[in-house]
Design a protein around this ligand. Structure first.
Ligand code: MN
Length: 252
């Protein structure tokens, strides 16, 4: 809801927004197929835009393959918007600052390294070890992947909707939001009940089901663990979801 009325996408446009993929190429392929099928039923001539809310890499086993597919096989007849997630930013940071290796590897960067053929071995905590991994990764990451990651957008706005990886800090204008908040925020955004002037579509925080609140739609259903990759479909003032098969998470 925005200003007491349902949020809207401009007429003639259909948005498909996909949550955190985290190296699950298998689920992304399945979701792409589902979206292709679903879009057959749209009014002919509808403009179709696919928005990815970021976190393409880490945790899942196929980060490198996910980037290959996005670069080489974008869905035909869809516009595409690729947003940056905190994990995608972490990947790029590691290439310039080996010191962050310890936290990055702990939160799924180890799987990304494996996907590029970089052997992680026994994780140590000395800088030399992370510098070795950094050098090997730099050697093995294709320049196309770096260009893709560096070209990711932070936000995308259309109609009454704002798409961003994590969320926004309530009651601060979009253009004054800190990049840290946009990529990392949880509270006070997630439980804020207020009209934020836009409905925020975001990933980053795993919820058992895709979530609709009056000011946000959360589409991270923890695909890398649950097998459930979610997509929200927005057309005019309608909201519906597509999800790959998989075990939904137990309510927490
Ligand atoms: Mn994530």
């Amino acid at each position: 809801m925005v200003g007491g009325r349902p949020a809207r996408i401009p007429p003639g446009i259909c948005i498909y927004a996909i949550g955190d993929i985290h190296g699950r190429a298998d689920l992304m392929i399945e979701m792409h197929r589902t979206i292709m099928e679903d879009s057959q039923d749209l009014t002919p001539g509808t403009e179709k835009i696919l928005v990815y809310v970021g976190d393409f890499v880490d945790r899942g086993l196929e980060s490198s393959h996910v980037l290959d597919l996005l670069i080489e096989e974008p869905l035909p007849d869809f516009g595409a918007v690729y947003l940056v997630g905190n994990h995608d930013a972490w990947f790029l940071s590691f290439l310039v600052d080996a010191k962050i290796g310890q936290s990055w590897l702990r939160y799924g960067g180890d799987a990304t390294l494996h996907s590029y053929g970089v052997r992680v071995g026994m994780v140590r905590d000395d800088l030399q070890y992370f510098e070795r991994l950094q050098a090997e990764l730099a050697e093995k990451v294709p320049p196309e992947h770096l260009a893709f990651l560096r070209g990711l957008e932070v936000t995308f706005q259309i109609g009454d909707y704002l798409f961003v990886h994590a969320g926004i800090r309530p009651h601060i204008p979009i253009e004054q939001q800190s990049p840290d908040d946009l990529l990392w925020i949880r509270e006070p955004f997630l439980s804020c009940p207020d009209d934020l002037g836009v409905v925020v579509v975001h990933g980053h925080t795993v919820e058992a089901q895709p979530t609709i609140r009056n000011n946000r739609i959360g589409i991270d259903t923890g695909a890398c663990w649950t097998g459930a990759l979610s997509c929200v479909v927005l057309e005019e003032d309608t909201i519906r979801f597509l999800t790959t098969g998989g075990q939904p998470m137990a309510e927490r």
